[in-house]
Ligand binder design. Structure first.
Ligand code: ZN
Length: 401
């Protein structure tokens, strides 16, 4: 925690320094409120090492800004009323947009992380930005107008898209099976059309953020989210923050080598997990042109070829998970995506097989869980991009903007 220092001359440097102190202190308070959900001012003093004067002033300002509010609570043994502070769900709204290869979804959340609205649409495969914008624009404009007419303030728009991403330009970098999107400056386009602060992120990472901020990973510092569907992706959270790597490729679990001389993959490698373990991968091994529902029905009927294909799929998943646990040493691995419901009945057997393949002293810590938000995972996580910004840089987001 930064404490005020004596003897700094009064000039613009000092003003900037004081703003920085305020930013860090306010962020520390908001993070504690998020961590405990409701907390008293006295507890805030204990948890942050800030003085009670600073806590009083900054919480007063945050209440005026309508970010937090007071909640009354009766303390147990003496029946005395305590005032607790928690996020205010009534004023700010956050918009989340997930753009998939054949769908889009828009989600609205409040500052308590509650999902207030979800609207989704299917889009024909292989369409470029023009087709998507024709569909997205009227829906997003209507939601924005409804929120503003009801007197709420929109904090911003978070967007999850298929990666990889050029973060400097806010553009997509030639994502596989998504023609027309390579180089498209999505962040700036949305920002200009809707006049909203817009942040974009890889959809596997927004999915990981959904768990970290609102879901099962809320108090977990190290977690990996694996999404399995048309493609296979991953989002890595370390020490509570998303990890992108040098080229934005950290967590590309779908491109780990599973079969050394296997199929050639779009990424240039051979034998990646994605081309054999994703939905198209399973169907190409079982019955090209079929569907996952037909595959599931064949498994349920006990057809030997379908059972063999399922078993191979589970071995690929198990192999990938062994590598994920050994590389990242997460406290928790969360599995989601459109493929996951088809594999869910077999996950406990994968988990028990993993037990025998991982470091014995750590195997009891092996946690494998299903995702919290199902099909809305990435859109919910997109709103977390703005919530995370609020908790890290509240002065910049609320006061300086
Ligand atoms: Zn690959």
């Amino acid at each position: 925690m930064i404490k005020l220092m004596e003897g700094i001359p009064i000039n613009s440097n000092k003003i900037a320094y004081l703003q920085q102190v305020k930013q860090q202190n306010m962020a520390a308070i908001l993070k504690q409120i998020w961590k405990y959900e409701q907390v008293s001012r006295v507890e805030l003093v204990d948890h942050t090492s800030l003085t009670s004067g600073t806590i009083t002033n900054l919480t007063h300002e945050l209440i005026e800004l309508r970010v937090i509010r007071e909640y009354a609570s009766v303390s147990g043994n003496v029946g005395r009323k305590r005032v607790l502070l928690g996020f205010d769900p009534d004023y700010y709204r956050i918009l989340g947009l997930d753009i998939g290869r054949s769908t889009f979804e828009i989600t609205v959340t409040d500052l308590c992380g509650r999902i207030l609205k979800t609207v989704g649409r299917e889009i024909a495969d292989q369409q470029g930005p023009d087709v998507y914008f024709r569909e997205i624009e009227p829906v997003l404009a209507e939601i924005k107008e409804q929120i503003e007419q009801a007197g709420h303030q929109i904090l911003g728009l978070g967007v999850g898209v298929p990666g990889p991403i050029d973060y400097g330009k806010g553009a997509l970098l030639n994502p596989p099976n998504f023609p027309g999107w390579g180089g498209f400056e999505l962040q700036q386009t949305l920002n200009e059309r809707f006049q909203l602060l817009t942040l974009i992120e890889d959809d596997a990472r927004t999915s990981a953020l959904a768990e970290r901020w609102y879901g099962i990973g809320r108090n977990v510092e190290d977690l990996v989210f694996i999404t399995m569907g048309i493609g296979i992706g991953g989002g890595v959270i370390s020490k509570g923050e998303i990890v992108r790597g040098t080229n934005g490729l950290c967590g590309q679990v779908g491109h780990m080598t599973i079969v050394m001389e296997g199929k050639v993959c779009d990424c240039g490698n051979r034998g990646c997990w994605e081309p054999i373990g994703s939905i198209p991968g399973i169907l190409s091994r079982w019955s090209e042109g079929s569907t996952m529902d037909a595959f599931k029905a064949a498994v349920d009927r006990g057809e030997p070829e379908a059972l063999k294909c399922l078993e191979d799929t589970l071995i690929y998943l198990e192999t990938a998970l062994i590598n994920v646990f050994n590389l990242y040493d997460p406290e928790l691995v969360v599995l989601g995506g459109r493929l996951f419901p088809y594999l869910a009945p077999s996950i406990s057997s994968v988990q028990s097989r993993l037990q025998s393949r991982l470091y014995a002293f750590a195997k009891d810590r092996l946690r494998l869980e299903p995702s919290t938000f199902g099909a809305s995972q990435s859109a919910v996580g997109a709103t977390a991009l703005l919530f995370r910004y609020l908790l890290n840089e509240p002065v910049k987001l609320l006061i300086e903007r």
